[in-house]
Design a protein around this ligand. Structure first.
Ligand SMILES: Cc1cc2nc3c(=O)[nH]c(=O)nc-3n(C[C@H](O)[C@H](O)[C@H](O)COP(=O)(O)OP(=O)(O)OC[C@H]3O[C@@H](n4cnc5c(N)ncnc54)[C@H](O)[C@@H]3O)c2cc1C
Length: 416
């Protein structure tokens, strides 16, 4: 294990990239550079939220190209890393036009549903949830046809680390529904590059697009490009012989033999949800934060203003994942921001070894990796996760079933 110097100021993407290349470069799949589209850190997250106006969201959220037509919020990297907890984002749009607010909040609920699902089944969400696809061989980004629409998707993903939802669906559909390629390879490709990449939402997105969640695959064809990216086809060398001129014929999907998203016991649901209030056993000496919750809104950070904050770049995990450097640059920028208002320790190593023997304050985090590691650490104080909706024991077999169960969503007040 190695203690690292704090990363340099967040606004300076080049310096953050240099810091990642020096200290973590061997763990990345590419040469680390900053995303030209996003800056990590609480200040950037707060700015993005305050500048986001939900007006026009419902009509424009699916627009893809040119970028000026898009009405998507681009808040996802900040939501993903807990800089903007869902209840805070939910509240932010309160005074907007009803149709836009409803549509936007519905998407926040998709994020929450993905988290519930992942918290409950963990890596089980890497298996088809309800319907089994048939995959056929070749599966590499370099095997894709040279079409302007797909080229735009891969270029933006690899440079910025972000895509609008519609573009994600196009790519995932082309990969799975039209080509029948292994969805997990495509999902890994997204996960490596997306600044908002999470195994919760990314796997659900791929499962949904390929029809594994619903039995109804999403078909991508030239029609969507003409509608959502008008003019893009005229820049395409394959325009006159477009390989996706008609809708794909999806291969039949078979129901999976064992559905793992059915109801669970109340005890199991409570364990997943974590504590409703802070549990203290002894006095903490430091606050442990992870990439799931790395900002000022983290409940354990908030509750312990005088304690140092510790972050560990999990070397064994990063060596296995081989993420794009821009994801680590984004995290380095988040840490640089944190260091401007808190005492910060940054480490590289195995978190269980780095943190051994220290009494820690932490926020319950509903992902399997946190559960595994925290079980081997001394957690002196555990704070509740800021759920939008507390997980229950009911079936998670589909978003709509889950959604119907929620009466009105009344998030606990987001604290900052
Ligand atoms: C194949 C595929 C892969 C995806 N991978 C991810 C991922 O790794 N991480 C991720 O956060 N989202 C993922 N999504 C969901 C969605 O595409 C992104 O959340 C959204 O595009 C982020 O941009 P935004 O913040 O402008 O979204 P907006 O449209 O402004 O929505 C606001 C917020 O709602 C949530 N949200 C919106 N749509 C969805 C959705 N379909 N599922 C879950 N949450 C949603 C996000 O937190 C988002 O930031 C994926 C979708 C697909 C189809």
């Amino acid at each position: 294990m190695i203690r690292l110097p704090s990363p340099p100021a967040p606004a300076d993407g080049d310096a953050a990239a240099q810091w990642v290349r020096s200290h973590l470069g061997d763990l990345c799949c590419d040469t680390a550079t900053a995303s030209p589209a996003f800056v990590g850190g609480q200040a950037a997250a707060d700015r993005a939220l305050s500048e986001f106006d939900v007006r026009g969201y419902a009509a424009g959220r699916n627009e893809v190209w040119p970028a000026t037509r898009r009405a998507a919020s681009k808040l996802s990297p900040y939501i993903r890393h807990g800089l903007l907890p869902l209840p805070l984002v939910w509240e932010h749009v309160e005074s907007g036009p009803g149709r836009d607010v409803d549509k936007f909040r519905e998407e926040l609920l998709w994020q929450e549903y993905a988290r519930h699902l992942y918290a409950r089944v963990g890596a089980g969400n890497a298996r088809p949830l309800r319907y089994e696809p048939q995959s056929t061989g070749v599966e590499s980004v370099s095997d894709l046809p040279d079409m302007a629409c797909l080229r735009m998707v891969t270029a933006e993903l690899e440079s910025d680390g972000w895509l609008v939802n519609q573009a994600r669906m196009w790519f995932a559909s082309h990969w799975t529904v039209r080509n029948g390629w292994d969805w997990r390879r495509g999902e890994d490709y997204f996960f490596r590059h997306l600044l908002d990449g999470s195994r919760a939402a990314n796997r659900l997105g791929w499962q949904w697009t390929a029809g594994m969640a619903t039995g109804r695959p999403y078909g991508f064809s030239q029609y969507q490009v003409r509608t959502r990216a008008p003019g893009l086809c005229s820049t395409c060398q394959l325009q006159s012989r477009c390989p996706i001129g008609s809708r794909p014929e999806p291969a039949p999907l078979d129901p999976v033999p064992e559905v793992i998203v059915g109801p669970v016991s109340d005890e199991h649901a409570m364990a997943i949800a974590g504590p409703h209030r802070t549990i203290s056993t002894t006095t903490p000496e430091a606050v442990w934060v992870t990439a799931e919750s790395i900002g000022a809104a983290d409940p354990a950070v908030l509750a312990n203003p005088a304690l140092p904050v510790v972050f560990v770049f999990d070397e064994p995990m990063l060596r296995r994942l081989r993420l794009s450097g821009k994801r680590l640059v984004f995290l380095a920028q988040c840490l640089a921001d944190l260091a401007t208002w808190r005492d910060l320790e940054v480490w590289r190593g195995d978190p269980v070894e780095v943190l051994a023997g220290r009494a820690l304050a932490a926020t319950h985090t509903p992902v399997p990796g946190w559960r595994r590691r925290s079980a081997r650490l001394l957690l002196a104080q555990v704070h509740p996760w800021p759920w939008l909706v507390t997980p229950d024991s009911g079936s998670l077999a589909s978003f709509s079933t889950w959604r119907r169960r929620l009466q009105t969503v009344q998030p606990r007040r987001a604290r900052r």
